[in-house]
Design a protein around this ligand. Structure first.
Ligand SMILES: Nc1ncnc2c1ncn2[C@@H]1O[C@H](COP(=O)(O)OP(=O)(O)OP(=O)(O)O)[C@@H](O)[C@H]1O
Ligand SMILES: [Mg+2]
Length: 460
């Protein structure tokens, strides 16, 4: 109950209830006052007409005429509901159907509403009349029994009060039910979150199927949980891959050193063992550097360091670095890098990404001993951004493997003979994503065409 009272829906419902009650009260009050006012106005008009008629009698026949008229009218007053009373100077009744002069004070015009007392019957009803002072000095009262009007007013007031009470009760019940319903749905979300916090990641927020705001919220939360679960699964995979892929070279390194230690103490053998160990250590360092770069790109932390990067110059630098390797492996490298709009980015990571694409092209084309030994790297001004395209005529990557090779540590069967850890394409893809771009792998018929597309202008 306290939770219900503290809920924002209930408070909102209470606020509406207050406003609603206020306007209902104003409306009912207005109806009551105008209806009652209208009835009184009608009565007053009838009394005025009667006064006019009596004044006519008085003018024509003097006091005798007036008294006769009053007598006549009093006799038939039961049907007309008229009230008449003529008294002497001390308010002692002379003619009329009232037993006594009213105690109530009249207003400035002589109008008065008073407790009724007939000459012939006791009653607790009300009359309305106008009173005059005549010559003599006599007092005259002409009015109407308004018990029916009063009863109608009372009835109306009763109905209005009951109506208001019922309206209030209905609004209160409606507000409570509404906030209960809302609270139930929020509770469902809360329960699910608690279970997830407690460790059950498979839990999802229930969706009612009505497609309302709560369903949309639940849908978004569920999509978010799916995404988190996917990311966590990916992270677990990468972690175990890292553990596995680092253990192998470390074991190899350890084996080499151990062998050198227990073997014959020949300085040449030592030298060879040390050189091999250094190579192995270098390999490990390279893997670490690649993993670090990927982590950096995926965290998006480097975005603050973004600056304008001249891609044409970058491509030429990468090509210069790999030209000797291509030549050594009997390949020709063709570079086509015309000046293009600079992109906002991290030059170091972009360099690593492009270098990995070119490294792959050289490595796998040479390993497969492809007949066409030309490799090309070029910069294309594409419509919204720029494309860096690396093409080779090597073995290429089968269509069904092109998404998989973007995952860390994935290497295809045929490429095991070449050095590497399967991190190059992951890095290139992560770098593309960091810059708001994409990495696409296509068939170069034969060979692979890798396209790194980057948007021009501020990234993100
Ligand atoms: N140009 C290419 N031609 C043929 N196969 C390729 C090419 N580029 C990549 N691949 C395949 O995709 C796999 C993953 O490439 P990636 O660059 O991620 O790893 P790697 O080159 O094997 O190792 P690293 O880049 O870490 O040295 C490679 O092992 C290879 O099987
Ligand atoms: Mg590679």
């Amino acid at each position: 109950m306290t939770r219900l009272l503290a809920s924002s829906t209930f408070r909102l419902a209470a606020l509406y209830l207050g406003l609603f009650s206020l306007s209902a009260a104003l409306l009912f009050g207005f109806i009551y006052l105008s209806t009652a006012g209208f009835a009184q106005h009608q009565t007053d008009e009838i009394i005025e007409t009667e006064i006019d008629a009596l004044a006519e009698q008085f003018n024509q026949q003097g006091m005798v005429g007036l008294v006769r008229a009053l007598d006549r009218r009093s006799a038939s007053a039961r049907a007309t509901r008229g009230l008449y009373l003529l008294t002497d100077a001390n308010f002692k009744p002379l003619v009329g159907n009232l037993s006594r002069w009213p105690d109530e004070e009249p207003d400035a015009d002589g109008w008065v509403t008073f407790a009724l007392q007939y000459a012939d019957e006791a009653s607790g009803d009300f009359g309305r009349a106008r009173i005059f002072r005549l010559r003599g000095p006599l007092h005259l009262l002409v009015g109407r029994d308004i018990r029916e009007q009063k009863a109608f007013e009372a009835l109306m007031l009763d109905s209005l009060i009951w109506g208001a009470a019922i309206t209030f009760a209905l609004a209160l019940a409606g507000g409570t039910l509404m906030s209960r319903a809302m609270l139930r749905r929020v509770d469902a979300i809360n329960d699910t979150s608690r279970e997830i916090i407690a460790g059950d990641f498979s839990r999802r927020v229930p969706v009612s199927g009505s497609g309302d705001e709560f369903d949309r919220l639940a849908g978004n939360l569920n999509a978010m949980l799916d995404q988190i679960e996917r990311l966590m699964a990916g992270m677990k995979q990468v972690t175990s891959n890292i553990a596995h892929d680092l253990r192998t070279p470390l074991n190899r390194l350890r084996g080499r050193l151990e062998q050198a230690l227990i073997g014959n103490p020949d300085p040449d053998a030592y030298r060879e063992a040390l050189a091999g160990s250094i190579e192995e250590a270098d390999n490990l360092l390279k893997t670490f550097a690649a993993l670090l770069n990927i982590a950096q790109a995926e965290a998006g932390a480097t975005r603050e360091r973004f600056a304008a990067v001249d891609l044409a110059a970058l491509i030429r630098d990468v090509a210069d670095l790999y030209d000797p390797l291509a030549e050594e492996r009997g390949l020709t490298l063709k570079v086509d890098a015309p000046a293009a709009s600079p992109v906002q980015g991290d030059r170091h990571l972009l360099f690593q990404a492009v270098a990995n694409l070119l490294d792959n092209a050289i490595k796998f084309t040479a390993a497969a001993n492809a007949p066409d030994k030309s490799i090309a790297i070029r910069l294309d001004q594409a419509s919204p951004g720029v494309d860096i395209v690396v093409q080779d005529h090597g073995p290429g990557i089968p269509l069904d493997q092109r998404t998989r090779v973007l995952d860390p540590f994935v290497r295809l069967e045929d490429s095991r003979s070449e050095p590497g850890n399967g991190l190059g394409l992951s890095l290139a893809a992560a770098v593309a994503q960091l810059h708001g771009g994409t990495l696409a792998l296509d068939d170069n018929r034969p060979g692979l065409r890798a396209t790194l597309s980057l948007p021009v202008g501020p990234a993100g």
